[in-house]
Structures are given as structure tokens and as C-alpha cells.
Design a protein around this ligand. Structure first.
Ligand code: IDP
Length: 152
């Protein structure tokens, strides 16, 4: 039946998103949120916060030891950012498409990172988005409790 079909084929997912400190400093929070909303993703949780080094290191634990790690932590603790949960069909992949490639200089034209990321500093690439369902679950839990999520 119809309901069954929808459940099976419309993968409604949640993904974790950050509007990074450089984008907050550039005053483009609204422009970035507009892109998510126009693409059909719904913001079901959000807050502004400034990470401590410990929090940033825990969040990016998988990158510990990489040459860019210290610079990434410096950048991610440099100012306030927006953490949020986006919900929608294929939200994880859809968000990654809207974001564009990690390096803003290589991101496709019209993507968030191409438009708002730094072309001098890869870490300042404007946004973060979970890369898999397992990461999404971990990252959402890192910043939000269940009662801070407001599904539509
Ligand atoms: P992603 O954010 O596109 O998933 P990851 O490889 O998971 O990319 O890297 C996490 C973050 O670390 C990136 O968003 C970027 O801010 C930073 N980063 C990744 N690679 C580099 C690099 O080569 N130089 C500086 N920063 C980097």
C-alpha cells in the first residue's frame, strides 16, 4: 500500500550540520539556512555556541594526528558557530551536495563552500555535514539531547 511504499523508498534522514566560525563572522547564517530550506531540508534543532579545545578535539577525533589537526582545532574554537540538525529525504547526501567539496577552491560553483568558504584556508570551509548515517547519529548526540530535537 501507499504508506508502505513511502516508508520503503523515501529515506527521511537526519544529518548534523555546522555553520562554521568564518561563515558566522561573515554574517551569512541566513543565506546558508535559506539554501537548506529551499532545498527541502528542515532545521529540527539548532544552537549557537563556541567550542572549547576539548570539545573540538573530541568532535574531530578521527583526524587526530593529521597535519591539519592543530589548525583545524584553532579555527573551530576561534569564534561562535551554529550547530544544527537537518531532516529530509536523503538528508546526509543531499547536504553534502549543497556543501560541495572539502576544499572551497575545488568545490563546484554554486555550492556553499565555493561561495562562503575561504580560498586560502581549507579548514575555514564555511560548513560541516555528516558523511554517513553512523557519523550523523554520533554527531547529533555529541551536541543535542533527544528533547532538543523538534521533528515536524
Ligand atoms: P569534510 O568536512 O568535507 O567531511 P574531512 O576530510 O572530514 O572533510 O575534514 C574535516 C575538516 O577538516 C574539513 O571540513 C576541513 O575544515 C578540515 N580539513 C580537511 N582537510 C584539510 C586540509 O588538507 N587542510 C586544512 N584543513 C583540512
Amino acid at each position: 500500500n501507499r504508506i508502505h511504499y513511502k516508508e520503503q523508498f523515501m529515506a527521511i534522514e537526519r544529518t548534523f550540520s555546522i555553520i562554521k566560525p568564518n561563515a558566522v563572522a561573515q554574517n551569512v547564517i541566513g543565506e546558508i539556512e535559506r539554501r537548506f530550506e529551499q532545498a527541502g531540508l528542515t532545521i529540527i534543532a539548532m544552537k549557537m555556541l563556541k567550542l572549547t579545545r576539548e570539545e573540538a578535539e573530541g568532535f574531530y577525533a578521527e583526524h587526530k594526528g593529521k597535519p591539519f589537526f592543530a589548525g583545524l582545532i584553532d579555527f573551530m574554537t576561534s569564534g561562535p558557530m551554529i550547530v544544527q540538525v537537518l531532516e529530509g529525504e536523503n538528508a546526509i547526501h543531499h547536504n553534502r551536495e549543497l556543501m560541495g567539496a572539502t576544499d572551497p577552491a575545488k568545490a563546484a560553483p554554486g555550492t556553499i563552500r565555493a561561495d562562503f568558504g575561504s580560498h586560502e584556508q581549507v579548514s575555514a570551509n564555511a560548513v560541516h555535514g555528516s558523511d554517513s548515517p553512523i557519523s550523523a547519529a554520533r554527531e547529533i548526540r555529541y551536541f543535542f539531547t533527544e528533547d532538543e530535537l523538534f521533528p515536524h
